[in-house]
Design a protein around this ligand. Sequence first.
Ligand code: SF4
Length: 339
Amino acid sequence: MRKLKIGIIDFITKSPNHSIWARVMHANFMGIMPQVIAKWSEDAGHDVQYFIFTGLEDLAKDAPRDVDMVFINAFTQSAIQAYALSAKYRSEGVVTALGGPHARCYPEDAVKYFDYVMGITDEELCRDVLEDCRPHRPVGVSLSAKSSPKYLPGVRERWKFISKAHEKTTFLIKVVPMIGSLGCPYTCSFCIDANEPYQPLDFELMKDDLRFVLTKIKRPVVSWYDPNFGVRFEDYMNVIEEAVPINSIDFIAESSLSLLSEPHLKRLRQNGFQAVLPGIESWFDMGNKSKTGAKQGMDKVKVVSEHINQILSYIPYVQTNFPRIPERGKGSRVPVPFP
Ligand code: SF4
């Protein structure tokens, strides 16, 4: 395979944004898969330029240049921007690939603007695309691995990309993205993770990564990117407790209300969890994942409110989520700070 110059572009936001929030937080929302693709590309012998767009940059000047191929990661909200950038690269002879939530939710649209549209992606699929690396126009190819990868490079292997993203926030908050599982046992109809069977990732790798992070940052903030953190609750708490001194890392996780029982909340607090993001999804449906059974309307509001207040007595920050139907993908959920 010839050695390629690869650009990796992670769109955190959809347009220029110089707000204080963007300066403090956008870089901390870096994606894991763009870093994984960067690592797999380097492992395949290619040169990689990794770039995250936080809204502070000038895309025309700052995006990777002098490349043979770019991989762009985008939510649907940033799809138009991704399409435009792809058109610019293609006009310069660069092969383009799209991954991320928009590629998984709307491949039939994205193939009109990219040479490759990548759904579920494992290392084999990544290598196949790198080996092929040629224009597919006017309609690109939509590709997907048969199943989610069984292994993803951990924090240690992704550290140089994580550090590069951290350079973009001059503030003290530097969040480290980790992932402990893929897929979800629930079946929320709007969610792209609902069709993926739940699978935990390597527990030993997680322990090593937690220890590694403590050598890099004095009091790290680790955000778990699991679609639904804590499905195997005991296992994940054991991983944390065996790997690092108690309450030495601040954690953030997206989880279900059904997993946030009082005994679990006690253990989460003990282990340093500072923020949880449960999905309520609907006041009229999905009672199983919010542990509200058949309750609807005001009845469900009351039960959920009591539960959220209980969570807030253990965890300082709670953000609840509702989907913005009919868009697809978790990227279209609306965060609602509580209270
Ligand atoms: S919204 Fe959450 S609970 Fe529902 S399928 Fe997706 S990850 Fe699972």
